[in-house]
Design a protein around this ligand. Structure first.
Ligand code: PMP
Ligand code: GLN
Length: 382
């Protein structure tokens, strides 16, 4: 019998709920992905590059043209000059970037601090590196960091703190002041930061994304991860990137070169072309997704679900305590899918110790207007 390295891990909730949605014919607002396509020019560029013979390995670190576009974006949005040669690495998805960053940082017996509810890939990655996760719950209802708990949790074995802003599943944002507090807490300690910023462009109501790339002190000890999948509506392309100071990037690349070596070549060419041609795409994303959030929330306003509009991401949490307080959120997500034809994600699965009082499910609003209208109609009838 094989001894499992991840004995407590099963199939992810995203696979489970998307399968249930497919089986039941429910509208799938569970797993986070758009039900519309990325820009025509971007998709056409892939065909062009495939036909032009860009089909062999890209450089291990990523296509230079794409790394240069990422550096240009970061300079213009966050005011940081990063060296595309030494600080930017293209990866096959943010998940792989997160995995490699964690392997680079965490060793046997080390501790990584994560904030619950947290994205499901962090803990298995830490465990495979020989470390353990210390789970600190974000405070409810705002999903904010409890600074006292964080200060108390930091100890001699703490090696890594994982941030995620905008935050999946809550949509909450960290602010500049949070980064200052974190920097002060870990100053003079051998602790690193992994900042998962895959929803960096999905911030609403005029808020600013508090990227670690804007923060001089934190950046010196950080890996910042993003995903082209979210930004260009092409989650299936599984292409992302990591930005980190040269010494950290060098360690990350030692691992990345043996996990995948490189990412898919024609996709990198297409993304580089599109970024050069349409730098405004990212600037238009907040308004594009805020309109979807507002449509979905306006339609839900007459329902028995309670909610505060998401500050970021393409996820909306909804409180169902007025509808089925008797059901835990896993049962509720199944009930919604099977009985009412709308699939959702329970948030308890992102906790080590789910808050007993919470009655929250997550809906993805990265959907066409007709999908959102149909889903909201079903939800409003419950
Ligand atoms: N981090 C978070 C918080 C996410 O929601 C996702 C979504 N897929 C990822 C990382 C992974 O991104 P990718 O699909 O590029 O691997
Ligand atoms: N990030 C996506 C979500 O939160 C899912 C990605 C996946 O299926 N692993 O829904």
């Amino acid at each position: 019998m094989i001894t499992s390295k991840l004995p407590n891990v099963g199939t992810t909730i995203f696979t489970t709920m998307s399968q249930l949605a497919a089986q039941t014919g429910a509208i799938n607002l569970s797993q986070g992905f758009p039900d519309f396509d990325g820009p025509d020019a971007l998709r056409e560029a892939v065909t062009r590059h495939v036909m032009a013979g860009h089909n062999q390995y890209a450089p291990m670190t990523g296509l230079p043209a794409l790394r240069e576009q990422v550096a240009a974006k970061v300079a213009s949005l966050y005011g940081r000059a990063v060296d595309p040669e030494a600080e930017v690495t293209i990866t096959p998805g943010a998940t792989q970037a997160i995995f490699c960053a964690i392997q680079a940082l965490v060793g046997q017996g080390d501790e990584a601090i994560v904030f619950d509810p947290c994205y499901d890939s962090y803990e298995p990655s830490v465990q495979l590196a020989g470390g353990t996760c210390i789970h600190l719950p974000l405070t409810l209802p705002d999903f904010a960091i409890d600074w006292q708990r964080l200060a108390d949790a930091i100890g001699p074995r703490t090696r890594l703190i994982v941030l995620n802003t905008p935050h999946n599943p809550s949509g909450a944002l960290l602010r500049r002041g949070d980064l200052d507090r974190l920097a002060a807490l870990i100053r003079d300690r051998d602790i690193y930061v992994l900042s998962d910023e895959v929803y960096e462009h999905l911030v609403y109501d005029g808020a600013e994304h508090a990227s670690v790339l804007r923060h001089e002190e934190l950046y010196r000890r950080a890996f910042v991860v993003s995903s082209f999948g979210k930004t260009y509506h092409v989650t299936g392309w599984k292409t992302g990137y990591v930005i980190a100071p040269p010494a950290l990037t060098a360690e990350l690349r030692k691992i990345h070169q043996y996990v995948s070596f490189t990412g898919v070549t024609p996709l990198q060419w297409a993304l580089a072309d599109f970024m050069a041609q349409q730098p405004n795409h990212v600037l238009e994303l907040p308004a594009f997704y805020q309109a979807k959030r507002d449509l979905f929330c306006d339609l839900l306003a007459g329902s028995r679900f309670g909610f505060q509009r998401a500050a970021g991401t393409y996820f909306q949490l909804a409180d169902y305590s007025a509808i089925r307080p008797d059901l835990d959120d896993v049962a509720m997500a199944r009930w919604l899918t099977q009985e009412h034809g709308v699939a959702a994600i329970p948030i308890s699965v992102f906790y080590q110790e789910p808050p007993r009082e919470a009655r929250l499910v997550r809906f993805c609003f990265a959907k066409r207007e007709d999908t959102l209208r149909q889903a909201a109609e079903r939800l409003g009838a419950i």
